[in-house]
Design a protein around this ligand. Sequence first.
Ligand code: URA
Length: 274
Amino acid sequence: MGGKPNASRFEYNATEGAPAPGAPLPPPAPAPVSLARMLSKLGYGTRKDAERLLAARRVATVGGTVLCDGDRAAHHDIRVDGEPLDPMPGSVVLLHKPVGYVCSTSDRPPLVYDLLPSRFPQRDPVMAPVGRLDADTSGLLLLTDDGALNHQLTSPRWHLPKCYEVTLAESLRGDEPARFAAGTLMLQGERTPLLPATLDVVDERRARLIIHEGRYHQVRRMFAAVGNHVTSLQRISFGPLTLGALPAGHWRVLTDDEVAGLRDAVRDAKAATR
Ligand code: URA
């Protein structure tokens, strides 16, 4: 994991201060989140399991103060068995998915969850992939437990650009960039043509393809439609985010600025569909 961590402060058992005399009444404060409830929602077990963790004095602050269920503490200041908590609710994680791993909680292993904290699939809400990459595809995969954001990022009504590095079995013929850009290419079994896509040729058998939608096995089927075959595929960007130098199999939590950039990109993509 690297980069500036998610900076928003998440406090458990926090309550609002009393309003100043004469001030209008504020809206009711959200119910405080107890530590056991928070741990259970983050996938550390049932509520009872989490209460047992606390009773066994395994939950403490960075400074070593043992925490009880009703204690007030900030997410970043809590340790379980000396380890930092998993990312706070609402986080977005960027994983460099290696070839061979499946984007599912229940398929035949290896699963992308094998590369992440074992609690991720048990979280409530679950830390879910944002769309899918095929088992044979590597690269940038986002996961989040923010269902609304996930929905926004994968909605078929607007699309963030995604860039793929493609290696091909056959040499490119030369007409592929124009065919992909035309907005008329039909994939087998589909009723509507693909949106225009941008193909930058790197050499005879390598190219970068930017697409704006997410149909099933889209990149592989696009090259099949022009008589070629993809031998290796890696997603290197998703909207404003790039894979960068993150090694295969590693992950990191997006910073607040990166999440804000994603939300801005969704807003722009929505505006462009109007
Ligand atoms: N296109 C594909 O063919 N596979 C992927 O995993 C993503 C896009």
